[in-house]
Design a binder for this molecule. Structure first.
Ligand code: SF4
Length: 441
């Protein structure tokens, strides 16, 4: 059981640091730990951790004094320790591992701007973070100051957003936008006029960064939404609670994106405690991500079945707003795919058979007088979604097929154009062009 109020911790080595310093985010950042010797002074390291910390080409290590203080020094399996201290396992390659497993760089029309979905973009505004997660999806650039985006690349990102009217939502991420100098963040926000999201782990690694001044600056730019990144109940402290309180009082709705990690939070009870504690500090559990196929993260991966088991243990067993969505971010750049247990057991033309979390099986009687043509009419302008209407486009009758690339060529078998091949034959009456595939309009 969690203890309320949430705890505030400080490792023994920091006991004598005056509160004004400890609670100063600049002090925390400038006293981050990154070598085996420094970390070893706070917690006894295992041989595996020591070897990894001394390995060449290691993904950057930095841990704030605040965050390392949350580690139980006597527990080599501590879930916070595993998130920020590398072990030998990080060096082990695995099948399907990739440098950029979500193909973000392939979906970047300009450097540092990922345009994957129809109406939203991801803007990478920095490569720096307050501490570095060992499973980071963007370890290819994060932590490397030389990979930071230049002023001219930033201008290119803004220009792309300006000339792409379908974009209505800009996610600021990185790295971590909240480690930027306040003036720079202020400038970025002031130059974006869309809805903005910020993805940040700063409130978790460095809650003292959430100052009144920061909140005052952020609240000038509503509508502004924020997702934080908490993986275990052990990360929920008095300091995080205070930081979230300030942000929500500034009118910023908070969500949480967790990553399912072996040995860290791959347990239904841990997940239940996590979502309950998040709701208690007014953070809505939003996504639970399957761990990406990224270099260095092999030992954190769980089978997808573990995620389904966790969702089975949450949905119905606790409040709906405390249940996050389990997501596989499709390798190769397919975007976020929600995955869940099967609740729809069967259906006929007039009845649907469903089961609930207890295994109770019920039927839902379908209406017999529903007229699709009398569905609500939308009087606004239809949103542009060039080339991405997908499966919904099939349901809307915009097209009848989605064909894999090269489908027509393969099935043509290098044949000749002859008298029986007339494109009009395959034009379905009343449905789009019916002849194009792969999202073409
Ligand atoms: S805070 Fe986010 S971007 Fe930074 S290392 Fe962790 S996962 Fe990567």
């Amino acid at each position: 059981m969690a203890k309320y109020p949430f705890p505030s911790k400080r490792a023994a080595i920091y006991r004598d640091i005056p509160d004004e310093q400890w609670n100063n985010w600049r002090w925390q950042l400038s006293h981050r730990l990154n070598t085996a010797d420094e970390i070893g002074q706070v917690i006894p390291l295992t041989e595996s951790e020591r070897r990894a910390l001394n390995a060449p080409n290691l993904f950057r290590v930095d841990i704030t004094p605040y965050f390392i203080s949350l580690v139980d020094p006597d527990d080599p399996d501590d879930p916070i320790r595993k998130q920020v201290i590398p072990t030998d396992a990080e060096m082990v390659p695995f099948t399907a591992m990739m440098e950029d497993s979500l193909a973000e760089d392939r979906h970047s029309p300009v450097p540092g701007l990922v345009h994957r979905y129809p109406d939203r973009v991801l803007m990478l505004v920095t490569t720096q973070c307050a501490s570095y997660c060992r499973y980071c999806t963007r370890s290819r650039i994060v932590g490397d100051p030389s990979a930071t985006f230049s002023r001219s690349e930033f201008e290119m990102q803004l220009e792309y957003i300006r000339r792409t009217p379908q974009i209505r939502d800009v996610l600021l991420s990185g790295g971590d936008p909240l480690v930027l100098a306040p003036k720079i963040l202020d400038e970025i926000l002031s130059r974006l006029r869309e809805i903005e999201h910020i993805g940040t782990r700063v409130p978790v690694f460095l809650p003292m960064r959430v100052t009144d001044e920061l909140c005052e600056m952020l609240q000038k730019y509503h509508p502004l939404w924020m997702n934080i990144h908490v993986n275990t109940p052990n990360e929920i402290t008095k300091e995080l609670e205070e930081a979230c309180d300030k942000l929500t009082r500034a009118g910023i709705p908070l969500g949480n994106q967790a990553v399912l990690l072996a040995g860290v939070n791959d347990n239904v009870e841990v997940q239940r405690q996590l979502v309950h504690d998040l709701v208690r500090i007014r953070v809505r559990p939003y996504y639970l991500y399957q761990c990406d196929l990224v270099e260095g993260a092999g030992h954190f991966r769980t089978p997808v079945g573990k995620g389904i088991e966790i969702m089975e243990g949450l949905r119905g067993h606790t409040s709906g707003y405390a249940v996050h969505q389990y997501i596989i971010d499709a390798p190769g750049g397919g975007g976020k795919i929600p995955v869940m247990p099967n609740y729809l057991l069967s259906y006929s033309d007039h009845k649907v058979v469903l089961r609930n979390y207890e295994g109770y099986i019920t039927t839902y009687e379908e209406p017999v007088d529903y007229l699709p043509e009398r569905a609500a009419k939308f009087k606004g302008e239809k949103r542009p979604e060039p080339g991405q209407t997908g499966v919904h486009g099939l349901l809307q009758g915009e097209q009848m097929f989605i064909k894999p690339e090269g489908f027509d060529e393969i099935h043509d078998r290098h044949g000749i154009q002859h008298r029986l091949k007339d494109e009009k034959k395959w034009q379905p009456l009343g449905i789009g062009s019916g002849l194009k595939g792969n999202g073409d309009e």
